[in-house]
Unconditional design. Structure first.
Length: 519
């Protein structure tokens, strides 16, 4: 019984510790990877550490890796961003960090980048889809993180460390995993030991696995032939059917683009798909992806390729790429532009509207206040007395309100009837309130903190009310709410300071940019 209670208590404490990304301890000095689950192989952790150190040494950025079971119910994006800021991934002032995050039991993945976005959304979406999600669907976290880390280094322009030769007396568990024959065949393209079969401009489909039918190839060839005949560009389809975590489709497309790019002055686009792993990639010339809208459309077209029924998706992607080479990616609809502009400038628009309404309300109030008034008895015009003359017609409490500027009074006097009309105008903003004893707006309030609030307990404040007219004094106490826990946006300075103490990271920050995935 006691043992069961102890186990429950330990589980409760463990879940509480994982309830916030701020509570996850950073890696020791000189390390960049934390695996709380023990899932990753030892050689995988070693390779990830080498990749992270290589990126840090290059000055192009910093890479952190975290694998845990669950976020304890907190949104994975928020949790990962809190981890990023708590660790301080990236160099201070440059905010060039990248965090690879896996929550295995939640089946969630996050790729979080620094505030200055060293990787744009198009790049993080591609890494998330092609490297992380595709490998996690095959239950291969080692392959997912290694492929993603290599892609991060490549996109940031850092050189990955060369593999060191294995010592003869090295244990078998430390040897790098061997590639199967299909993966080794693809790796030869990445290592540039062999070139891709290039039959352009007669053939535009490169099927490395001979997995597509003649009719399907002809449908794709037709799209490319029409584009090339118009002199608008070249469109190549790269098709695979290989169940291997490495090399990735991204890496193969990189090598293919480098091989075919110089062979013609026409711009080149590549549509690639692996039928076994559902990995896919759509590559366009950089001048066709000039803005955020174009990058979003390219990412959307790429995401639609990740599907088992590839032929229809390939045709759709090919038509999108051909259209982008012909006339560019279609511009954003004017309705969306207007909605975005209104949303972007909503604060200024509302501020202007409120200012106009406030000005109109002030003008109307002023006009109603100074407009001529007639005596109700003799029907002759009344005279509005000056501030010096109207005090004779005010009570002591009213004069106190005017002295405190909480209320202003106008006195309209009829000399024929010897009658004074007193009108009250309360100040729009005043630190004085109504006194419960005399009824005049002459009550001031002060407070004294008896017990300060913390994140774990409420506070206590003594409030004292004093009337400046009748002199009444009343005192009471009120409870204040607990302080909120620090968040990724409000505690960036704290995270920067705490991350520097970890030794591995430089104090970078993130506002939550990047990509999310699930499997």
């Amino acid at each position: 019984m006691h043992r069961a209670l102890l186990c429950c208590g330990l589980l409760f404490v463990g879940s509480a510790l994982a309830a916030s990304g701020w509570d996850v301890p950073p890696p020791p000095t000189g390390r960049f990877v934390v695996d709380q689950t023990g899932t990753l192989r030892a050689d995988t952790v070693t390779q990830l550490e080498e990749l992270a150190r290589s990126l840090d040494a290059s000055g192009a950025g910093q890479l952190g890796v975290l694998v845990l079971r669950t976020t304890g119910g907190e949104a994975p994006r928020r949790f990962a961003t809190d981890v990023f800021n708590a660790w301080g991934i990236g160099h201070a002032g440059r905010d060039d960090g990248v965090l690879l995050f896996l929550a295995l039991d939640d089946r969630k993945a996050e790729l979080v980048v620094g505030t200055r976005e060293p990787l744009v959304k198009q790049q993080t979406d591609a890494i998330m889809a092609n490297d992380i999600v595709a490998n996690m669907k095959r239950k291969d976290p080692d392959g997912a993180l290694l492929a993603a880390a290599r892609s991060v280094l490549r996109e940031l322009g850092a050189q990955a460390p060369a593999s060191e030769p294995t010592e003869p007396d090295q244990p078998a568990s430390a040897l790098p995993p061997r590639l199967d024959p299909e993966a080794e065949r693809l790796a030869r393209y990445v290592r540039r030991e062999v070139a891709f079969p290039d039959l352009t401009p007669r053939r535009w489909v490169i099927d490395l696995s001979d997995s597509t039918s003649a009719s399907d190839r002809a449908e794709l060839e037709l799209i490319s032939n029409e584009l090339y005949a118009e002199g608008k560009g070249r469109l190549v389809f790269l098709l695979l059917d290989v169940n291997a975590s490495w090399p990735s489709v991204n890496e193969l497309v990189d090598v293919l683009a480098q091989q075919l790019g110089p062979t013609s002055k026409l711009p080149l686009a590549v549509v690639a798909h692996n039928a076994s792993t559902w990995e896919a990639h759509l590559r366009l010339p950089t001048d066709r992806v000039s803005g955020e809208w174009e990058a979003e459309q390219l990412a959307l077209a790429s995401s639609r390729l990740h599907h088992r029924r590839a032929q229809a998706r390939l045709v759709e992607a090919g038509q999108f790429a051909a259209g982008a080479l012909r006339t560019g990616i279609p511009p954003r609809p004017m309705g969306d532009v207007l909605r975005a502009a209104v949303s972007e400038h909503a604060t200024a628009l509302w501020s202007g509207l409120l200012s106009a309404l406030a000005g109109a309300a002030w003008w109307v109030r002023r006009w109603l206040r100074v407009r001529p008034r007639d005596c109700e008895t003799c029907l002759q015009p009344r005279e509005r007395l000056t501030e010096a003359d109207d005090d004779a017609h005010l009570s002591d409490g009213q004069r106190s309100e005017e002295q405190l500027r909480s209320v202003d009074y106008d006195v309209w006097f009829c000399g024929r009837c010897n009658d004074a009309l007193v009108l009250r105008y309360g100040a729009w903003f005043s630190r004085y309130g109504d006194c419960s004893s005399c009824g005049f707006k002459t009550m001031s309030t002060s407070s004294t903190t008896l017990r300060a609030a913390t994140q774990y307990s409420t506070g206590l404040v003594r409030v004292t009310e004093t009337c400046k007219h009748c002199g009444k004094v009343s005192t009471y106490e009120r409870v204040t709410a607990r302080l909120p826990k620090p968040s990724s946006s409000s505690s960036s300075s704290w995270s920067s300071g705490s991350s520097r103490s970890s030794g591995s990271f430089g104090g970078g920050r993130s506002s939550g940019g990047g990509s999310s995935g699930s499997w």
